[in-house]
Ligand binder design. Structure first.
Ligand code: MRU
Length: 346
């Protein structure tokens, strides 16, 4: 992709982001200098995907501090905390959001003047964005080695450049494999109900000339049974000590992949690992009925019928062949110790 998904505009002191709700029809970059507006953009999935949420949250706190009219440090810190809380409440499942916010907030709290806090906040957020690019490349390199020379990879949702700053995690593995000379074609599950697979994954891969075909989510098992899928590679919103949280539907792919002896890989940065938590500690975002009731302008749910619109599901770690991180590939048993003792307390 030619530009970062989320970035800081030094000249205007504002955040720029690609409005992903408009893709694939329109590619629009939006500028915002308003924290409420940023929170709303996250809620409506204009910015989405765990690593991109971490970067957006980080820039969000930096924005609040940068724009603050506070005349003393305690007031500035209070404003930063308010912004942090507002942003954290937008989406509960992706751990990277709170992680990015807390990294910047701690720099603000440690500063000894308003100028220093403003400077440190923007620098820390920019560092998180720059690190994300590097670690996606590293994830890609580690993951590429796992794929056969010629293969078809199934992926779910969008764990690509749009979900990060550039390159992507699951799609980063595919990009790196292609760059190393492997022949990879991609099956993208459309990812009901918000269609991140068909709208975003297909868009960003096709844009680069990568071979991609979209299937309804319900076709995945059929293709696995026919022997048309060589590997599944997905991203993650949170990896606890017992489960991988990712877009709803991921779990059924993992079950089917196990049944058909197809490797099931999870590609995620270390910041997605929440080893302090177990599956039951995690709140799975429940989104509105409206997202299921409408298909564009067409009503597809009868009036008065309820919906259960969970945005994510949990895949037990024992269904995962390996977790691919920037620090290397971890295979079961995926214990805390085996993964290098990652800790996150939020
Ligand atoms: O609801 P979304 O679009 O934010 O969900 C995104 C996913 O589930 C991704 O697979 C996950 O965040 C990993 S992105 C590298």
């Amino acid at each position: 992709m030619d530009r970062d998904t989320v970035s800081w505009d030094e000249e205007t002191g504002s955040i720029e982001f690609i409005d992903q709700t408009l893709l694939p029809g329109e590619f629009r970059v939006v500028r915002s200098d308003d924290i409420e507006e940023l929170a709303a953009a996250i809620r409506r999935l204009a910015i989405r995907g765990a690593p991109a949420l971490g970067v957006a949250g980080a820039f969000g706190v930096a924005l609040a501090v940068h724009r603050s009219a506070a005349s003393n440090l305690p007031d500035l810190r209070q404003e930063a905390s308010r912004a942090a809380n507002l942003l954290k409440m937008t989406r509960p499942t992706a751990v990277n959001l709170a992680w990015g916010i807390d990294r910047v907030l701690s720099r603000v709290m440690a500063a000894s003047s308003i100028g220093e806090a403003q400077d440190a906040a923007v620098r820390e957020a920019a560092a998180i964005a720059a690190e994300d690019v590097d670690l996606c490349r590293a994830i890609g390199a580690h993951g590429a080695a796992l794929l056969p020379e010629t293969c078809t990879v199934l992926t779910h949702c969008n764990a690509g450049a749009l979900a990060c700053v550039q390159w992507g995690t699951a799609l980063g593995v595919i990009r790196s494999a292609l760059a190393s000379g492997k022949e990879v074609s991609v099956i993208a599950c459309e990812t009901r109900p918000l269609l991140q697979g068909s709208r975003l994954t297909a868009w960003e891969l096709a844009h680069e000339g990568i071979d991609v075909r979209v299937i309804p989510d319900s076709a995945a098992a059929h293709l696995m049974r026919k022997g048309e899928i060589d590997a599944v590679v997905v991203g993650a919103d949170r990896v606890t000590r017992d489960a991988v949280f990712n877009k709803i539907g991921t779990y059924m792919h993992a079950v089917c992949a196990r049944h058909h002896s197809i490797p099931f890989y999870v590609a995620a940065p270390y910041s997605t690992i929440d080893a302090a938590s177990a599956e039951d500690d995690v709140v799975i975002e429940l989104r509105s009925r409206e997202e299921l009731a409408w298909c564009g302008d067409r009503q597809v749910l009868p009036e008065g019928v309820g919906a259960l619109n969970y945005a994510f599901d949990a895949t037990p770690l024992d269904l995962v062949t390996a977790v691919i991180t920037e620090r290397g590939v971890f295979r079961p048993p995926l214990t805390l110790e085996a993964m290098g003792g990652a800790q996150r307390i939020i």
